[in-house]
Design a protein around this ligand. Structure first.
Ligand SMILES: NC(=O)c1ccc[n+]([C@@H]2O[C@H](COP(=O)([O-])OP(=O)(O)OC[C@H]3O[C@@H](n4cnc5c(N)ncnc54)[C@H](OP(=O)(O)O)[C@@H]3O)[C@@H](O)[C@H]2O)c1
Length: 267
């Protein structure tokens, strides 16, 4: 009876992980959310007795430790797969390039705080809180949902120079993952950073600035991948991510993988 815990499960890719995993009644699925009353995840859980909603904020050590205790109470001790998916950014500065970063410490903290809190501190606290459960699990897999935006080779190939704070946070996440993989290898624990592809998780109608920003991104991404047509849906992304997680072994532990299961096909 495999068990999975997913942070940031209220919407987008996190909720899709819950939806697809819940479809197999032999899975135990722990949906970690900041607000357990989020309507979409509550609705999903109401149709699947194998989904357990657990309150947890990855940027709050006490909260995520309590979430791990709650998860332990549900599973009886072990956890097979942890998926640290949570992410937050300062949307107002996403289009800033490095030379546009102001000489203003408060403004720079505003840009970096959210992605660092979720990807870096949140990645550490979530992993450390759930590690005792993973040690007792059978599959022993830890996955941090990252991005090719934090991959230097992809940045060189695509020429994407904006989204500085987000990309730096994901690059830091990739390094943390490699550190965890190195430390936990003797225990047989696999740790990977996984890029889900370019995924349409916008809810509702897209405002014009978002449509424009995505057109700009598409052109940039096409520099790296000329055949790219646009975003994929969460369903396709998560299906491929779950296949990649299924194949994860000690040989790929520590890497940044794409949803296609390799280190090159980011779309
Ligand atoms: N979409 C893409 O194209 C794409 C591409 C590359 C990588 N990714 C990565 O894939 C992951 C999911 O992306 P997405 O597009 O599905 O994002 P999303 O729709 O913005 O969802 C982000 C999730 O993170 C949660 N979250 C934010 N702050 C949190 C906190 N402090 N503690 C716990 N949860 C928190 C949100 O919960 P609340 O409802 O409580 O805010 C939400 O469930 C992210 O790590 C993202 O960087 C996405």
């Amino acid at each position: 009876m495999p068990s999975y815990a997913i942070t940031g499960a209220s919407k987008g890719i996190g909720r899709e992980f819950v939806r697809q995993l819940a479809a197999n009644p032999t899975n135990t699925v722990l949906a970690i959310v900041r607000d357990p009353d989020s309507p979409d995840i509550s609705e999903l859980a109401s149709h699947h007795p194998n989904v357990h909603i657990i309150q947890g904020d990855v940027t709050d050590p006490k909260s995520i430790l309590e979430a791990a205790s709650a998860a332990e109470a549900v599973t009886g001790g072990p956890l097979d797969v942890l998926i640290h998916n949570s992410n937050a950014v300062d949307m107002a500065s996403m289009s800033s390039t490095p030379t546009q970063i102001p000489f203003d410490s408060r403004a720079v903290r505003t840009m970096f705080d959210l992605p660092f809190s979720t990807a870096i501190y949140g990645g550490l606290w979530t992993t450390n809180a759930f590690l005792p459960l993973i040690e007792r699990g059978v599959r022993k897999k830890i996955v941090h949902i990252s991005s090719a935006m934090g991959d230097c080779a992809f940045i060189r190939k695509s020429g994407v120079s904006d989204a500085v704070a987000y990309a730096v946070a994901k690059a830091g996440m990739n390094v943390q993952v490699a550190k965890y993989a190195a430390e936990l290898a003797p225990k047989g624990i696999k740790v990977v950073a996984l890029s889900p592809g370019w995924v349409d998780t916008w809810e509702g109608e897209k405002p014009e600035p978002v449509v424009h920003a995505q057109q700009v991104m598409l052109k940039q991404f096409q520099t790296a991948e000329p055949t790219l047509k646009g975003q994929i849906q969460p369903e396709e992304s998560v299906k491929k991510c779950l296949q990649a997680i299924g194949h994860l072994d000690m040989g790929s532990s520590g890497l940044l993988l794409s949803h296609n299961g390799d280190t090159e096909r980011w779309f």
